[in-house]
Design a protein around this ligand. Structure first.
Ligand code: NAD
Length: 331
């Protein structure tokens, strides 16, 4: 497989900007296309926050950054790229139109990844000329700080690209997780969406405010989840008996049930406004960029702490720093 020196970023929003920041930090050049008139301003703001974040995250030498160039069309941006990352809105029709356009200029051996949060890659690749080179590489916001990337193949994807992805994304400081079974929502968003749906019900039914719902996570389970997932966490909650004891004690509650399962509250204008108002009140006057910097500082502190304990996402950071240190010594 080709080494990756140039990446096309199609869609330069929250996720495209985050990918670009991670790539240029790793000395890779990016070629961007986004049709929105304010796209470049938003993109540059993401790069600025990312630059600040990397300065705090890693003790490894950072080296020179890759370049960023803007292009007038997706087809132009795709030219000469060994990897093309699509991060356009979550609509299959828009994504498919982008693939049709970039396939007119992309190199035959260029790899195409979609950042989709949950659309099946088999659906995305259905009309492509070279469907075997498309796969999902689903990152998490902020892409420049969170290591997880879910790799998902469609029915027509050549498995060699998944194998390539495991190496490439690890090399740029990430934790590639191969979702072996193609399923809508993949792994992480299935779990996140279940929680979000329940949170919306609690707010809708006036059981709790947005602030109270978030406190119920941030001061308790959320702290555990930064270092162990639900399975290991509940294994420990079962004491000596582990997960078996948990299932014996709380298994019957699953049938009561304590959750609303698949129902979704109707997203009326009133309800959407109520949720939006409460979340804006929670922000306490901080604008999104200021809040992002607070989030980034906390994510950095957590990952550095985990590195000290040689655990979870901290292990990924340590491995990345070791690689960066070696690269600097080679220079
Ligand atoms: N926001 C998240 O937390 C998150 C996390 C993981 C994955 N994703 C996925 O990433 C993708 C992008 O989401 P986002 O949050 O960055 O959205 P966004 O709205 O911030 O960015 C999308 C960008 O695509 C641009 N765009 C629209 N049509 C385009 C086209 N034809 N060609 C090129 N650019 C076009 C828009 O102008 C916009 O800047 C979606 O598939 C989403 O599901 C989002």
């Amino acid at each position: 497989m080709n080494s990756i020196e140039t990446v096309a970023i199609i869609g330069g929003g929250v996720i495209g900007g985050g990918w670009a920041a991670r790539l240029i930090e790793n000395h890779i050049d990016v070629r961007v296309f986004d049709p929105a008139p304010d796209a470049k301003d938003k993109f540059d703001a993401v790069l600025a926050n990312a630059d600040r974040a990397y300065a705090g995250l890693t003790d490894a030498p950072r080296g020179s950054k890759g370049s960023v160039t803007w292009h007038d069309t997706a087809a132009q941006a795709a030219q000469g790229a060994q990897l093309i990352i699509e991060s356009v809105p979550e609509r299959p029709d828009i994504k498919r139109a982008v693939y049709a356009e970039i396939e007119t200029t992309a190199a035959d051996d260029a790899i195409i990844t979609s950042s989709t949060s949950g659309i099946m890659p088999s659906d995305l690749q259905a009309e492509m000329t070279h469907p075997e080179r498309l796969m999902v590489a689903h990152p998490f916001n902020p892409v420049y700080l969170l290591p997880l990337v879910e790799l998902v193949a469609g029915t027509q994807t050549d498995n060699k690209y998944i194998e390539w992805g495991k190496t490439f994304f690890a090399d740029i400081g990430m934790h590639p997780l191969h979702c072996r079974v193609e399923i809508a929502g993949f792994l992480s968003d299935r779990l996140q969406e279940a929680l979000w749906r329940e949170a919306l019900w609690l707010l809708h039914d006036k059981v709790a405010t947005a602030d109270e719902i978030d406190a119920a996570i941030a001061y308790g389970p959320g702290l555990r989840w930064a270092q162990m997932g639900t399975m290991q966490t509940f294994h420990l909650a079962g004491g000596e008996g582990g997960m078996r004891a948990m299932l014996a004690m709380f298994g019957p509650c699953l049938e009561w049930p304590w959750t609303k399962l698949m129902d979704v509250p109707e997203l009326t204008d009133d309800f959407v406004n109520e949720v939006g108002d409460q979340c804006e009140k929670q922000a306490a006057g901080l604008n999104p960029r200021e809040l992002e910097r607070i989030r980034d500082d906390n994510l950095i502190a957590i990952q550095r702490a985990l590195k000290g304990n040689d655990w979870g996402a901290g292990k990924t950071l340590a491995r990345y720093e070791a690689k960066m240190g070696r690269a600097a010594n080679d220079d």
